[in-house]
Write a protein that binds this ligand. Structure first.
Ligand SMILES: Cc1cc2nc3c(=O)[nH]c(=O)nc-3n(C[C@H](O)[C@H](O)[C@H](O)COP(=O)(O)OP(=O)(O)OC[C@H]3O[C@@H](n4cnc5c(N)ncnc54)[C@H](O)[C@@H]3O)c2cc1C
Length: 337
């Protein structure tokens, strides 16, 4: 059933734990509810934002509009062959529960994305990624409601214009659609993708190599590296890794021989932002109520009662410091509201 609240605290609805209020907060469990609400309720006409688990968002002030929270549940097998399975999942399901389900069933493709916080609905919006895999690699179709017309539209994978941590839903269709279901294509003959990061080393601790052990290995690595939002407020990596011309990397390497870069094409390199921030002496630094995490400079943390502005201001300072030292602009990955 859907519910509408007025003057609603978002403190428990964002992993930074920022204490701001929304003028209205609306949650729904079925497509018909949101369609009816958007069509009939005058409250739905004001400024709006869609909120999943709030694990990639910073609210810098009270939100004078309506926060819409999809709670659509359910997992349905829509097609199954000897090779693959298509699973359609409600936007309000927890992402990692889905990954766990796939691993238990030995359906391959999602295991490298283990333990990423958030809901299913945000996975295509953000094109979440980790350890060499992105949501785009397994997304078959995204079902969403057009906020203005209430039309239900199905986006095929190629319609979503996926890029690194980016999609059509963050660009030309930003704020125009509410994702209600996502269909993923998983392999019944999984091929493990363990070349990235420290997965191979971690797997040596197990006496077998399969989807479930890859999941366990990734969970172990992540737990060592990333702060648990239940214990210390954060939104994961605050910045994207910039993609720059190889020529620029070569120039930088003369001055900074240890710069961490990965080739993404003949002419472009991806630079590790964590390394850039660390070189500026900003890893594990405390700036009053906010700071950078001791084990991962990319993560900004809330030590207690920081405001969204405190977080945003630190992020701006970090951007400037990195630019001054390396001449590289690092974009924020986290959505600023
Ligand atoms: C400790 C930690 C580790 C993380 N690690 C990773 C990682 O390894 N890789 C990675 O990619 N991300 C990572 N993240 C970021 C985050 O988990 C993802 O971005 C996740 O997809 C956000 O999901 P959410 O439900 O919390 O979305 P929210 O933060 O609530 O929203 C994110 C954006 O999606 C939009 N949105 C959400 N749901 C919908 C919907 N149903 N329809 C339309 N728009 C919607 C929102 O408006 C907003 O713009 C991490 C975060 C934390 C806290």
């Amino acid at each position: 059933m859907d519910k509408l609240f007025e003057n609603y605290s978002l403190k428990n609805h964002n992993t930074f734990g920022i204490d701001v209020n929304a003028r209205y907060y609306y949650e729904f469990s079925a497509t018909e509810e949101i369609v009816f609400f958007l069509r009939e309720n005058p409250v739905s006409k004001i400024k709006k934002i869609i909120l999943g688990l709030g694990s990639n968002i910073v609210f810098t002030k009270d939100f004078d509009g309506i926060v819409i929270h999809p709670k659509v549940r359910g997992l349905q097998v829509v097609e199954e062959t000897t090779e693959h399975v298509l699973l359609k999942i409600g936007a309000g399901e927890i992402w990692d529960n889905f990954v766990n389900y796939c691993c238990k069933k030995n359906y391959g493709g999602a295991e490298n994305l283990s333990l990423i916080p958030g809901m299913i609905g945000a996975s295509p919006v953000q094109n979440i990624g980790a350890y060499g895999v992105e949501a785009k690699d397994i997304i078959e179709e995204v079902e969403a409601v057009n906020i203005e017309t209430q039309e239900i539209k199905k986006f095929r994978n190629q319609d979503c214009k996926f890029e690194y941590r980016n999609s059509i839903f963050k660009n030309e269709l930003k704020g125009k659609y509410i994702v209600t279901y996502v269909t993923y294509k998983l392999s019944k003959k999984p091929v493990l993708n363990i070349c990235y990061g420290k997965i191979k080393d971690e797997l040596k601790k197990f006496n077998k190599k399969d989807i479930s052990t890859v999941r366990e290995a990734i969970i172990n690595i992540r737990n060592r590296k990333l702060p648990d939002p239940e214990k210390i407020g954060n939104a994961g990596s605050f910045f994207k890794n910039p993609i720059i011309d190889c020529k620029k990397t070569q120039e930088l390497r003369k001055e900074f021989p240890n710069i961490v870069s990965y080739k993404v094409s003949e002419t472009k390199d991806k630079i590790a932002t964590g390394w850039l921030i660390e070189q500026c002496g900003l890893k594990g630094k405390n700036f009053g109520k906010v700071g950078t995490y001791k084990d991962q400079a990319l993560v900004i943390v809330n030590y207690g009662d920081a405001t969204g502005k405190d977080v945003f201001n630190l992020a701006k300072d970090i951007q400037q410091t990195v630019y001054d030292k390396f001449g590289i602009i690092i974009d924020m990955e986290v959505n600023i509201v």
